[in-house]
Design a binder for this molecule. Sequence first.
Ligand code: ADP
Ligand code: MG
Length: 238
Amino acid sequence: MAGVTLNEVKKRFGAFEVIHGASLEVNDGEFIVFVGPSGCGKSTLLRMIAGLEDISGGEIGIGGKVVNDVEPADRGTAMVFQSYALYPHMNVRQNLSFGLRMNGNPREDTERRVRHAAEILRITELLDRRPRQLSGGQRQRVAIGRAIVREPEVFLFDEPLSNLDAELRVQMRVEIAKLHAELGTTMIYVTHDQTEAMTLADRIVVLRDGRIEQIGRPLDLYDDPANRFVAGFLGSPK
Ligand code: ADP
Ligand code: MG
């Protein structure tokens, strides 16, 4: 397991700065939720932590080590996206094992990890199906499974449930909470869903225009938002 440190992290696209110096200490095993309006920089921050996006200034640390120059595959992170991005021509087992096989992971260990992920997500009976033979919720489980088999130190979720209908969203939210309880891994989770933020987070980070507006435990933020913007985001009466 590993904590994550952001130290004055900045991001520019050309001349346009979209993250203006974000600092944050995520504790080992903590569940952090990023909320904020569309375009405020949530995905960009997550992608920088994953190493999918260069950083323009500052430092990112994982497990106490600066990872600015570390390749995405070596950061100990695994990301789950809103779009499931499964390989349509592969069955579930192959979708789960593909990345590990590409990295030359030993076959027995790969099979063990796939079995374990399938058990955790209760998709063992779906391993021989193709993605098109799965429901939306099942597809998203497979997408999460692909992150689990990497045995990451940090899970990064970018609005993983926003394509699902309301009922499934509730169900998968409970699954993700269970996953965190079971694995105890650090998780950073982006959502614009108030209920997800309030129920999943150890701490919520409210972002606005590329800046961290407020950080706090859900009920503390709800009861004592710094301003109307934060209150609006958490649905607090203030
Ligand atoms: P969020 O996930 O909070 O909706 P993003 O992180 O996707 O926001 O985007 C933050 C800002 O950066 C937005 O203004 C967006 O238009 C801009 N942006 C994101 N990716 C790029 C890119 N590859 N090139 C230029 N601008 C980008
Ligand atoms: Mg986004």
